[in-house]
Ligand binder design. Structure first.
Ligand SMILES: Nc1ncnc2c1ncn2[C@@H]1O[C@H](COP(=O)(O)OP(=O)(O)OP(=O)(O)O)[C@@H](O)[C@H]1O
Ligand SMILES: N[C@@H](CCO)C(=O)O
Length: 330
């Protein structure tokens, strides 16, 4: 068995929005909202979680982060150590911003870095895709930018695009949780050919529009008939937001991942008054349905996961995080 040379590793992983409308299980974009994971070799396995909802996560060896780290050690043929796991996340759980993908990617990258990275990034991506069941969130969280990916159940292939510099996003995050598993159950097993053609056209146009910076095409290109129509009953107010956001200043709009968060794509030079108007529209539409929500302006994040270079003695404490959030621009 190989030996572990480092004591501690800290990684930062961005949130992601999946599908971008028509690219179900295929398109993902990293967002400027982050989770941090620090793992250290320890005598017994212990956990510290910070961030909304994270204190509820299992704090034993059934925890996703612990189990995924073990997969890396096992595949690399390294003696499985006990770990001290510290996780801090600004990414809300079960809201459509890829929290499960960030946990998986963070665990894979941190565990691999702890043992001097014997597994390639591509291998980590393959493991992450198989664990998550689709490559869109994990690809974006790992590589950053916009990831276009296809998985056949065995192998995932992807291309990363740099998001257009004019593009920013406004997300509206409802207070309620919606597990991806539940939001996948409502999608039918079969599809009309006309709807399939509709989505192939929109998804292809969307990738071309994003690759060439033709943001005026987003309103058309972000339309979907594959999953959003079936998920609208799960999110009251969503159909009105999908229909009306462009009239309220957005370039395009989509359900973020499996929801309930809705993401609007916005020209970063849009006038401040129009930005405020869009924000009000989103919040008021949900409020009319008695849904409390918050809005956040999030830029696309072109960097994927990063192993932070910091002294091993520094730990993942909140004052430390405040400092790295302010100082490190990766
Ligand atoms: N840090 C973590 N440690 C352990 N489990 C986690 C962690 N983060 C997320 N999870 C698991 O992932 C679940 C959320 O995943 P889910 O796919 O339902 O939503 P999401 O990933 O936030 O949204 P989406 O996939 O739609 O973008 C949580 O309920 C929890 O079980
Ligand atoms: N593509 C996935 C993303 C959420 O994990 C879905 O829409 O179900």
């Amino acid at each position: 068995m190989k030996q572990i040379n480092q004591n501690s590793v800290l990684v930062r992983v961005p949130a992601s929005t999946a599908n971008l409308g028509p690219g179900f299980d295929t398109l993902g974009m990293a967002l400027s909202l982050y989770a941090w994971l620090e793992i250290s070799v320890a005598d017994t396995t212990t956990f510290e979680f910070y961030g909304e909802g994270n204190e509820e996560l299992p704090k034993d060896k059934s925890n996703l982060i612990y189990k995924v780290a073990q997969m890396v050690f096992l595949e690399a043929g390294v003696a499985v150590p006990d770990l001290h796991i510290k996780f801090y996340s600004d990414i809300p759980l079960t809201r459509g911003l890829g929290s499960s993908a960030t946990a998986i990617i963070a665990a894979l990258i941190a565990a691999n870095a702890l043992i001097d990275s014997p597994l390639s990034d591509n291998r980590l991506f393959q493991i992450a895709t198989a664990l998550e069941g689709h490559p869109d969130n994990v690809g974006a969280s790992m590589f950053g930018g916009i990831v276009v990916a296809a998985w056949d159940g065995e192998k995932a292939e992807y291309v990363k695009l740099t998001p257009p510099s004019q593009l920013t996003t406004l997300v509206v995050i409802p207070e309620f949780h919606l597990a991806t598993e539940k939001a996948r159950q409502v999608i039918p097993d079969e599809l009309e050919m006309a709807d399939a053609v509709f989505n192939v056209g929109r998804s292809s146009l969307l990738v071309a529009a994003l690759a060439t910076g033709q943001l005026q095409l987003l309103a058309h290109a972000m339309q979907d008939r594959l999953h959003q129509p079936y998920r609208t009953p799960l999110i009251p107010g969503m159909s009105h937001i999908l229909e009306q956001s462009v009239q309220h200043g957005a370039l395009g709009v989509a359900l973020s991942g499996a929801g309930p968060t809705i993401i609007t794509f916005v020209d970063r030079d849009l006038a401040a008054t129009s930005k405020n108007q869009l924000e009000r529209f989103l919040l008021e539409t949900l409020s009319e349905q008695n849904i409390t929500a918050s809005t956040h302006w999030l830029d696309p994040c072109n960097n994927g996961s990063v192993v932070m270079k910091q002294a091993v003695s520094e730990s993942l404490q909140l004052p430390f995080l405040d400092r790295i959030k302010g100082e490190i621009n990766v």
